[in-house]
Design a protein around this ligand. Structure first.
Ligand code: GLU
Length: 276
C-alpha cells in the first residue's frame, strides 16, 4: 500500500507551491488506493503559529483533498530525544557550541543544507556553559554503515552521499530535534512508503537515508517533484507577492478548479514548473 504525506510547517501560510505539493502527494496515494497523510511540522519554536494549522486544513479541504491527520511534531518530542540520546551514546553525535557568526568566521562554505560545518567542535571539548547543538559525525556514521543508495520515483536510483551537507545539526539548541531527525523518525512511525516533497529537499535525502541506517528504520521510496517558480525563476513565496491559499479561498476562488488546473500543469500567468 502506498502511503504519502504532506508535511507543512506552520510558520507561514500555504501558497500555490504547497497546493501543488499536497495535490501530487494526495494523487500518488489515491490513484494507487493508498493513504495520504497530513503531518504538521510545528517544532520551529516561536516561528510556529498553531492557528495556521487550522488554515492549512481548510486549504486542503478547499482543494478537494482527503487526508488522514497524524500527530503533530510537537507531540512527539520525547521520541526525538530518545533517538538522539541513542545516537549520542553510540558516538555518532557531538556537542557544538558554535554560533552562525562563528561558523561563517571559520570560512564555512554554503552547501545544500546551509553552511557546511567545518567540524570545529568535533575535536575540541565543548564549553559546558554555552548552549550546544548536537551534530552528526557523518564520516564516523558512514564508516560504520557503509555505502547507501536510495530510490527516487522520477529521478531513479541514487547514491546517498551525505558528506556534501557536512555534519548537520540533529538536535538544535532550541529544540529537541532538527528537521532531519524529526521528519525521518516521523516518516517511519507514520508508515510512509513514498516520501513526496519538492526538489528543494532532494539534497536532504542522503542525510535521512543515513539516519535510517543508523536507527534501523524502514527505507521508503521518495518522489521529489518539480517546484513552482515565478518568472524570475524563484520559488513561490508570500514575501515575493505570491498570494496565499487562504487569500485565494477568502476571495472566493474555486479550490476544486485550482487543484484540477495544477493537475493539468495549467498554472497562473508568470508561474511555471521547474523540473530541477
Ligand atoms: N516541513 C517541511 C516544509 O514545510 C517539509 C518537510 C518534508 O516534506 O520532508 O518545508
Amino acid at each position: 500500500m502506498i502511503v504519502t504525506r504532506f508535511a507543512p510547517s506552520p510558520n507561514g501560510p500555504l501558497h500555490l507551491g504547497h497546493a501543488y505539493s499536497a495535490m501530487v502527494a494526495h494523487d500518488l496515494a489515491k490513484q494507487a488506493g493508498g493513504r495520504f497523510l497530513l503531518r504538521i511540522e510545528d517544532i520551529d519554536g516561536p516561528r510556529s503559529r498553531p492557528e495556521l494549522a487550522d488554515a492549512f486544513r481548510r486549504d486542503l479541504a478547499w482543494l478537494g483533498l482527503e487526508w488522514e491527520e497524524v500527530p503533530a511534531q510537537s507531540t512527539r518530542l520525547a521520541g526525538y530525544s530518545a533517538a538522539a540520546q541513542d545516537l549520542l551514546a553510540r558516538g555518532y553525535l557531538y556537542r557544538c557550541t558554535c554560533t552562525r557568526a562563528e561558523i561563517e568566521a571559520q570560512g564555512a562554505k554554503m552547501g545544500s543544507q546551509g553552511l557546511v560545518y567545518p567540524g570545529t567542535c568535533k575535536t575540541r571539548p565543548a564549553d559546558p556553559d554555552r548552549p550546544a547543538a548536537l551534530r552528526l559525525d557523518v564520516a564516523r556514521a558512514l564508516a560504520d554503515v557503509g555505502a547507501l543508495t536510495w530510490e527516487d520515483a522520477p529521478a531513479g536510483p541514487q547514491v546517498a552521499d551525505p558528506r556534501e551537507a557536512g555534519d548537520v545539526v540533529i538536535v538544535r539548541k532550541d529544540a529537541p530535534a532538527s528537521y532531519h531527525l524529526a521528519a525521518t523518525l516521523d516518516d517511519a512511525a507514520d508508515g510512509v512508503t513514498l516520501v513526496t516533497r519538492g526538489m528543494d529537499l532532494f539534497a536532504a535525502t542522503p542525510i535521512h537515508r543515513l539516519l535510517q541506517a543508523l536507527l534501523g528504520l524502514p527505507v521508503p521510496r521518495w518522489h521529489h517533484h518539480g517546484l513552482l517558480v515565478d518568472d524570475s525563476g524563484h520559488k513561490l513565496a508570500k514575501r515575493r507577492g505570491s498570494p496565499s491559499l487562504a487569500d485565494r479561498r477568502e476571495a472566493g476562488e474555486d479550490g476544486l478548479l485550482l487543484a484540477e488546473q495544477l493537475r493539468l500543469h495549467s498554472f497562473p500567468a508568470g508561474i511555471s514548473l521547474a523540473s530541477a
